[in-house]
Ligand binder design. Structure first.
Ligand code: NAP
Length: 248
């Protein structure tokens, strides 16, 4: 079985399978973008496959019976490649995608289609001190907001300088606790938070803290999922795997 990873869910699934299905040969694949990833049990491979074609060839060469795409909800290219490759190699595929954070009544979310739309929302809000919890590829869209002071939080420092003049870089690795997030937001005097609609417990603290402080949250919407079966949690993924293994 191949798990496309890079998420806590992929790691948890690999750990659960090692316990509950020790005879199943599980490989986890990582993009290879994080310097020191947590190592899952089973076999680990790292780096791109070379598009959908490369992944289809890999599935065939390695005689993979099942594919679970447990990549991040915003890893849309990989999800599309996984769908195309699984169809081409005739391998059953499941998308494991964490649920979105539930929206509460006093949340001040403003949905944005992408990073450029989020930057336009910030300009409209007249935000002066903004907390950006985004990846490198989304940052350039905020470079034109000259009057806004940005603080960018990332796991690792990017190879290139930040594309936002004067932005402050905060290096940290979750999980993040809501109380600590609230202290951080108060200390920096943020008047808005920008985040992707990633969902998940590890980064939910900032959402709870923003609600407590009544901060507007500019929320970049998820890209659509490729068609096909998808589940929201590890137990449902395990049930899918178990049912499929019975048919092999
Ligand atoms: P992406 O844009 O969908 O994928 C870009 C390329 O990276 C893919 O075409 C593929 O290269 C390679 N790739 C991605 N995931 C891979 C995997 N698990 N194993 C092998 N190759 C992989 O992905 P991304 O948004 O850059 O995310 C990269 C990784 O970070 C993913 O594994 C994702 O789960 C994780 N991650 C992403 C985010 C996010 O916000 N995007 C957040 C947290 C974690 P080839 O075409 O050459 O196969």
């Amino acid at each position: 079985m191949l798990i496309l990873g890079g998420t806590g869910e992929a790691l948890a699934l690999a750990r659960l399978l090692a316990q509950q299905r020790p005879c199943l040969a599980v490989t986890t694949s990582l993009a290879g973008v994080t310097g020191s990833p947590v190592t899952p049990p089973g076999r680990l491979r790292s780096g791109g496959f070379g598009g959908a074609e490369g992944l289809a060839a890999w599935l065939t060469d390695e005689r993979v019976d099942l594919l679970v795409d447990a990549t991040h909800p915003f890893a849309a290219t990989m999800a599309g490649h996984a769908a195309a490759a699984a169809a081409r190699a005739d391998v059953p595929r499941l998308k494991l995608v964490r649920p979105m954070w539930p929206r509460q009544e006093d949340d001040r979310w403003i949905m944005a289609e992408d990073a450029s739309a989020a930057a336009a929302v910030l300009a409209g809000l007249g935000a002066r001190r903004v907390f950006l919890t985004l990846g490198t590829r989304e940052l350039a869209a905020f470079g034109g907001l000259g009057d806004t002071a940005f603080t960018v939080r990332m796991i690792e420092a990017p190879a290139e300088p930040l594309p936002i003049a004067g932005a402050r870089l905060l290096l940290a690795r979750g999980p993040y606790d809501a109380a600590a997030e609230e202290v951080l937001m108060r200390e920096h005097g943020f008047d808005a938070l920008v985040t992707k609609a990633s969902g998940g417990a590890a980064t939910r603290g900032k959402i709870d803290a923003a609600r407590a402080l009544s901060l507007p949250v500019v929320m970049i919407a998820r890209p659509p999922l490729p068609p096909g079966e998808h589940v929201a949690d590890i137990d449902a993924a395990l049930a899918w795997i178990t049912a499929r293994l019975e048919r092999i």
